[in-house]
Design a protein. Structure first.
Length: 676
DNA sequence: GAGCATTTAAACACAG
DNA sequence: GCTGTGTTTAAATGCT
């Protein structure tokens, strides 16, 4: 142990002092240190213990390096402002990225996902390549461990055998070690080239500080001396690099990786000051001069004064305290590593999900692109609805925009998971969009049928659903078995269905209460348990004709929830026209979400039809097939005689077989009269 | 600019 | 007194 610490100190010292070390030098040094390790083995330690010990050593070395680097930074920070500038990057623990078998960190993954530069196929390929590389690494590391164990055993045997001349055997072992080192280096090269190719393909944006990442996994299975050497090389390379070109990043993959004549150099140009934990860090002087403040803005684990390490949420007043917290609480240990892996899996799951969604979206867009010109040809109520469904962007861009909606396959696909403005809304069925103050609220790329998927999305992503509170409340009530909910149950529905509403409870709960009180469509019913809230569908329906009455162009106000329902609406209407609402029936009997969609479309169409009838054909009220789909009434209170006459008295028709009820509704209900 | 819908915040009352 | 619920008012915003 004393020897270890001595080596560490020495190596660490040389890491700073030593300038440029070649790869061969590294191999020689590693070899020497392997020998030196082997010359003083502890007889009591078994092979397994040795392997374990090596792992512990690696862990400890990493920790000590971190500490030493920090200390050096603090010391040199007083002397050298240049070093000081890099402190933020350095204070992030090296540990996790070093110890986790990831070629690309979760943060990189997230970056990739956020950038949305990858097609599903590319992502798949990327994942497969990553997995293959990880596998190779593990194999190599296992092999290396075995080699180490063999070496230790051999040396032990030699000692027990009477101290025979061990040079030849040691040389043999050393040769094996050398061969393995070369293998390792080849692997590193492969990784570099792999990343380079990814970068060239535009699949991965590697910032200079990230160049170290490919090497980190390899460090996992390395013994301390190798780590020392790596860091030595790293430091020297970095120093040389810095002095050589201040205007360039510390690592230019495009130039260094192609150099096969200096493999170790290629593989070892790693920046120790590159931030870890996925933290991006650019080492151009300009970036280095950036303040902590800016750094804090960009740190993916820090925001709004809170540590965003999964499951942490510790409050950090400033970035400095955050860094301290990060180093203290999320330093290199099993827990952090495990959490990191978990996060990796989460990202991978999301990635797979994204790939699936994108494929589906692509197929849908292709499909819609072919058929989208059809409904536009005939000016029917359906088309009115269709025109309603156009996003503002699309309609402004091209008045004949139906075939040119963002679903056009030839146009770049707007990423789905990017923010509130791009969230598909169809999953929320019959809820109206919340008015967004976001200026580009119409800039929505919507896939038309990912209902359950969007539900899942809103459940997991803290994205504000683009629906009004009233619509959400109504949806919550309608989804309940008895079509009535207590306030608390409504709250629960919000938090259950939307991750967004798991925050700022006071605000949105107040809004919910406010909406319940404000809108006549929400009726409070005294129950045995207390008060429950129901929806007066009639009142609810009254709202929209107001909204869209008068000017057909106002129908656009229905906005996004309809935007990409156009093909489905077309199908719905056609189907209903032909078969007396079979689509609704079918949908309702299937996936509840689809049922809700049918409900939504029914009501949307209904609203549009109301509008159409009230404005254009008062002479034929309530005889549209649309109106056969008329509202579910959930009010439990005694209804007016008039209402009892009409379909609105059909309590919770959604729970019944839709066919007969709707026929009856259709017969009895002159919707416009009621509404008007 | 008017009118409307919506969101947000706040104050207040009431009941448990 | 605290909390949850319900009502009401007001201001701000976005849209047509």
């Amino acid at each position: 142990m004393m020897q270890e610490s001595g080596i560490e100190t020495k190596s660490n010292g040389s890491a700073i002092q030593n300038g440029a070390s070649s790869g061969n030098h590294l191999l020689e040094c590693s070899l020497r240190e392997v020998r030196s390790n082997g010359e003083t083995p502890s007889v009591e330690i078994g092979a397994a213990d040795l392997a374990h010990l090596q792992q512990q050593q690696a862990l400890q070395v990493a920790r000590q390096f971190l500490l030493q680097q920090q200390q050096q930074q603090q010391v040199s920070g007083l002397k050298s402002p240049k070093r000081n500038d890099k402190q933020p990057a350095l204070q992030v623990p090296v540990s996790v990225a070093m110890m986790t078998p990831q070629v690309i960190t979760p943060q990189q993954m997230q970056q990739i996902l956020q950038q949305q530069v990858l097609t599903p196929q590319q992502l798949q390929v990327l994942l497969q390549q990553q997995q293959a590389l990880m596998l190779q690494q593990q194999q190599l590391q296992e092999f290396y461990k075995k080699q180490q164990e063999q070496l230790q055993l051999q040396l032990l045997q030699q000692q027990h055998a009477g101290k025979q001349p061990k040079e030849p055997q040691q040389q043999q072992v050393a040769t094996q070690q050398l061969a393995f080192q070369q293998q390792l280096l080849q692997m590193q090269q492969l990784q570099q080239q792999h990343l380079l190719s990814l970068q060239r393909q535009g699949l991965l944006t590697i910032q200079p500080g990230q160049a170290a990442l490919p090497l980190q996994p390899l460090a996992q299975g390395m013994i301390p001396t190798e780590l020392q050497q790596l860091w030595k090389e790293v430091t020297s390379s970095h120093t040389a690099e810095e002095t050589a070109s201040n205007n360039h990043s510390s690592l230019d993959l495009s130039t260094t990786c192609v150099s096969s004549s200096a493999p170790s150099k290629t593989s070892l140009i790693i920046n120790p000051h590159a931030s870890t934990n996925g933290q991006l860090s650019v080492h151009t002087p300009k970036r280095e001069s950036l303040s902590h403040e800016e750094h804090s803005h960009s740190h993916p684990l820090y925001g709004h004064g809170v540590c965003k390490w999964p499951g942490c949420e510790a409050v950090c007043e400033d970035f400095q305290s955050f860094l301290k917290h990060l180093n203290n609480e999320h330093a290199l240990d099993d827990r952090s590593t495990a959490q990191c892996r978990v996060q990796m899996q989460v990202v991978q799951q999301l990635e797979l999900q994204l790939a699936k969604d994108k494929e589906r979206l692509q197929a849908m867009m292709t499909h819609l692109h072919v058929k989208s010109t059809e409904p536009k040809a005939t000016p029917q109520p359906l088309n009115l609805v269709s025109s309603v469904t156009l996003s503002k962007t699309a309609s402004e861009a091209s008045p004949q925009s139906l075939p040119h909606t963002p679903t056009t396959p030839t146009t770049p696909i707007t990423p789905v998971i990017q923010g509130p403005s791009v969230i598909t809304t169809t999953s929320m069925h019959n809820v109206e969009p919340i008015r967004r103050r976001c200026p580009n609220k119409y800039n929505v790329a919507i896939s038309s049928a990912d209902l359950a998927q969007n539900q899942e999305f809103y459940k997991n992503a803290e994205v504000r659903p683009p629906f009004t509170y009233a619509s959400l409340i109504r949806q919550a009530i309608l989804e309940s078995p008895e079509k009535q909910l207590t306030l608390n149950e409504i709250y629960n529905w919000f938090t259950r269905m939307f991750a967004y509403f798991r925050r700022n409870a006071a605000t949105w709960k107040n809004a919910v209460r406010h909406n319940l009180s404000l809108h006549k469509c929400f009726v409070r019913v005294e129950n045995v348990k207390g008060a429950v809230w129901t929806v007066d569908e009639l009142e609810f329906q009254k709202r929209r004709p107001q909204k869209i009455s008068g000017n057909p162009s106002l129908i656009k106000n229905i906005q996004t929830s309809h935007t990409y329902c156009t093909p489905l609406n077309a199908a719905l209407q056609a189907s209903m026209a032909d078969n007396s609402i079979p689509l609704y029936t079918t949908a309702s009997m299937g996936n509840p979400t689809l049922g809700n969609l049918a409900n939504a479309m029914r009501e949307d169409l209904n609203g549009a039809m109301e509008h159409t009838n009230s404005n254009e054909s008062d002479s034929s009220p309530g005889r549209s097939p649309m109106q056969a789909m008329h509202p579910v009434h959930v009010k439990e209170e005694p209804l007016d005689p008039d209402e009892n006459e009409g379909p609105l008295s059909l309590v919770t028709t959604a729970n019944h077989s839709p066919d007969f009820d709707h026929d009856r509704d259709y017969e009895d209900e002159p919707v416009n009269e009621d509404i008007e």
